[in-house]
Design a protein around this ligand. Structure first.
Ligand SMILES: [Zn+2]
Length: 100
């Protein structure tokens, strides 16, 4: 099982498994937000995830959902989502990014 190291605002370093995290992706920003519940203090943390962090999390099997931006003047197309996913696939050497 892959261990994902990140930090909790209260507890400092924590280790999570992919099933402990969830991703929200915004294809128009090519980034997203990841959420996890700290195993120590049980507080839900919500953090910005740049494309590289997003890719690390996806590579470890974290589940995700594509969210639609609140401003709806630019509907997301399937093609944009496909492009987004393809760019994520191009990133590689990433696991260290989650470790401060
Ligand atoms: Zn904590």
């Amino acid at each position: 099982m892959t261990t994902i190291k990140t930090t909790c605002e209260r507890c400092g370093d924590v280790e999570l498994e992919p099933g402990d995290l969830a991703l929200e992706l915004d294809p128009t920003q090519e980034s997203g937000v990841y959420l996890f519940t700290c195993p120590s203090c049980i507080v839900v943390q919500r953090r910005p995830a740049n494309p590289r962090v997003v890719n690390v999390l996806l590579a470890t099997g974290v589940t995700y959902e594509v969210v639609t931006p609140s401003s709806n003047d630019h509907p997301i197309t399937e093609a944009e989502i496909a492009t987004f996913a393809r760019r994520l696939d191009e990133e590689e050497d990433l696991f260290r990014l989650l470790t401060p």
